[in-house]
Ligand binder design. Structure first.
Ligand code: ZN
Length: 359
């Protein structure tokens, strides 16, 4: 029986961002203690950043989410933060979507564990707790605020794998649905569907437990309300989706994803397609594994007037498809979860390439 960890503290509510200063200050033991704020570069110069409760000694770093985090980018961030102050920070605060939330988790782990980001790609390799970390999601769906991983790609090998560890889980979350008001519509939909897909994959797998299932079922119910009834971006829907994202992340922390995420990882590594939209493109072509869900997801996109990209692999040569196969099949745990130990008998190279050609 596995012992499961969740986020220790969270506060939830519209306008909650005003509480951030109180949460960070509670971590300061001396007036000189500093916190590190990581914010999505998208917010540079915004009211959100101008309103951050920075003290004199604090550091503010912007993280670009245009490309998903690499181990090299995480190492460079770690070195900058290390070089800027002699002492460890009292808190690392991540403000943004999945990329920024994950970067903050990785930074926190590296600050206390040392070494390089790639040393911790895998399961339970982080040795000691990281710096206290506070997550403030500005996008709903990835579940990065609740999950026990921080996804990053190692450029020299193409390995897309996070620091799967109980130490990666946030200590404190501040969930403020007002912060998702300005997300572009397509991005909001594709990222939100990440939560739906996490739950579909969890419930469709063999590594299950009753608590994880309950998180998944409630998150699915909320996703259906958000995407199938009314406007997905009105106040009530944004509140529901933020909860669904958190619950979906908890569900994944108690189980594994399935067939969709490995294919999405392939699209990300080879074609640079972002996680959320990559999942949607993948599920759209993986109907034989998730028949009802693929149909339901299409209905959700149609109801919200969002088109699912097609023919994304057009123009790839044989070598490109080979790399797609390799960067998909490497994800043994989720594929095992979905298809059993003999998953390679089902997902032969020919089969995987045929599925990618349908995307
Ligand atoms: Zn995901």
């Amino acid at each position: 029986m596995r012992n499961n960890k969740n986020v220790s503290w969270f506060c939830y509510g519209a306008g909650g961002i005003g509480q951030l200063g109180r949460l960070v200050d509670a971590r300061r033991r001396a007036p000189t203690d500093h916190a590190v704020f990581l914010a999505d570069a998208f917010f540079e110069g915004s009211e959100l950043v101008k309103g951050l409760p920075l003290r004199d000694n604090d550091l503010l770093e912007f993280v670009s989410a245009v490309k998903e985090p690499t181990t090299d980018a995480i190492d460079a961030l770690h070195e900058r933060v290390r070089a800027a102050r002699k002492e460890l920070p009292c808190a690392v605060v991540g403000i943004g979507g999945g990329c920024v939330l994950d970067s903050a988790k990785a930074l926190s782990n590296l600050l206390t564990n040392g070494g390089k980001a790639r040393d911790y790609q895998g399961w339970d390799l982080v040795k000691v707790p990281g710096v206290y970390k506070i997550g403030v999601p500005t996008l709903s769906g990835t579940g990065a605020e609740a999950s026990r991983t921080c996804v990053m790609t190692r450029p020299d090998t193409g390995l897309k794998l996070g620091m799967n560890s109980d130490f990666t889980i946030y200590d404190q979350l501040l969930l403020d649905p007002d912060l998702t008001r300005t997300v572009p519509r397509n991005q909001y939909m594709f990222t939100g569907l990440d939560s739906y897909i996490h739950c579909v994959e969890s419930l469709g797998g063999s590594y299950r437990n009753a608590v994880g299932d309950a998180f998944s079922r409630e998150a699915l119910r909320l996703c259906r309300e958000v995407f199938l009834a009314g406007d997905m971006m009105d106040d009530a829907s944004r509140e529901k989706l933020m909860v669904a994202s958190y619950l979906g992340g908890c569900a994944i922390a108690h189980s594994f994803v399935g067939v969709v995420h490995p294919f999405s990882a392939g699209l990300s590594v080879v074609l640079g397609i972002h996680h959320g939209v990559g999942n949607v493109i993948a599920l759209n072509a993986l109907e034989e594994f998730y028949p009802a869900e693929a149909v339901e997801m299409r209905a959700m996109c149609k109801a919200q007037g969002v088109d699912i990209p097609r023919d994304v692999c057009a123009g790839l040569d044989e070598d490109g498809f080979k790399r797609l196969y390799q960067s998909t099949i490497i994800h043994e745990k989720p594929l095992c979860n979905a298809l059993g130990d003999a998953f390679k008998d089902i997902l032969t190279p020919g089969k995987v390439i045929e599925l990618f050609k349908r995307m």
